[in-house]
Design a protein around this ligand. Structure first.
Ligand code: SF4
Length: 243
């Protein structure tokens, strides 16, 4: 943890130990107490994020950890429905960030609505406009960024740490479910009746924007349906740049 600055050092060690011990809620509580009003959780409404939302809501942390989501303008109908359902189920008002209208207008005018199919550069440009820039706004003046990343999601993610510094946004990034196995995640969802995206039943384990996500075959890498037309690009959109 030598790369972690002094202001984060003690809390990073505490949260890291709690995550390693399997105590995700304790990690969330430590974050909320350590930096009151400066802890945010980015939810894409995936299974992991739904579990974290349930933990935050039922532990009474929703006033202390702001939950936000990025609406790229290209989400599945099912994902938008789930956002609504989640707000109702847990009495939340998840904050939604949209891309800058001018950015999207210029992109669509110059390159059309499907430029991401033409090249990796175009795809990254679209992700930058619709995801990365809104994320920067969401993380402004924050200290801790909570994510639903798990080591079991991909080989790239397995190489990450449960607590790390995000130098781009100058925040401590914590992954309370980092060591959850697939089985543990599913058990938690069943036991706590956590609402999840209807698309999971249709072989979409990882769900992003509608045109950029396809179903996967049983046994395939869960993230292989993301940017399905690309080869070996790491299946990441720039939100978790260290990957
Ligand atoms: S996932 Fe696809 S539609 Fe969504 S922001 Fe990235 S390139 Fe654009």
């Amino acid at each position: 943890m030598s790369a972690i600055p002094d202001e984060f050092h003690l809390i990073a060690e505490k949260i890291s130990a709690e995550i390693k011990a399997g105590n995700s809620v304790a990690a969330l509580q430590s974050a909320a107490v350590g930096f009151p009003g400066q802890v945010v959780f980015s939810s894409s409404l995936g299974k992991e994020d739904q579990v974290l939302t349930e933990m935050i809501a039922t532990a009474g942390l929703a006033q202390k950890i702001e939950i936000f989501s990025l609406d790229t303008g290209r989400l599945f109908e099912e994902t938008q429905y789930l956002l609504n359902l989640t707000n109702k189920a847990y009495s939340l008002k998840i904050k939604v960030y949209f891309p800058e209208a001018g950015d999207v207008e210029t992109l669509v005018r110059e390159k059309g609505s499907y430029s991401f199919f033409d090249s990796v550069e175009n795809r990254k440009e679209c992700c930058f406009i619709r995801k990365v820039k809104p994320l920067k706004r969401a993380l402004q003046n924050q200290k801790i960024w909570v994510t639903g990343i798990r080591a079991a999601q991909s080989t790239g993610r397995a190489e990450m740490l449960p607590v790390e510094l995000d130098e781009d946004h100058n925040v401590l990034k914590i992954h309370p479910l980092f060591y959850f196995t697939d089985e543990e995640l599913e058990s938690y969802i069943q036991e706590h009746s956590v609402p999840v995206n209807e698309l999971h039943k249709k072989n979409y384990p990882s769900i992003g924007c509608a045109p950029c996500t396809s179903p996967v075959k049983p046994g395939d890498d869960p993230r292989s349906g993301r940017w399905w037309w690309e080869q070996n690009t790491g299946r990441e959109c720039g939100l978790h740049a260290a990957n």
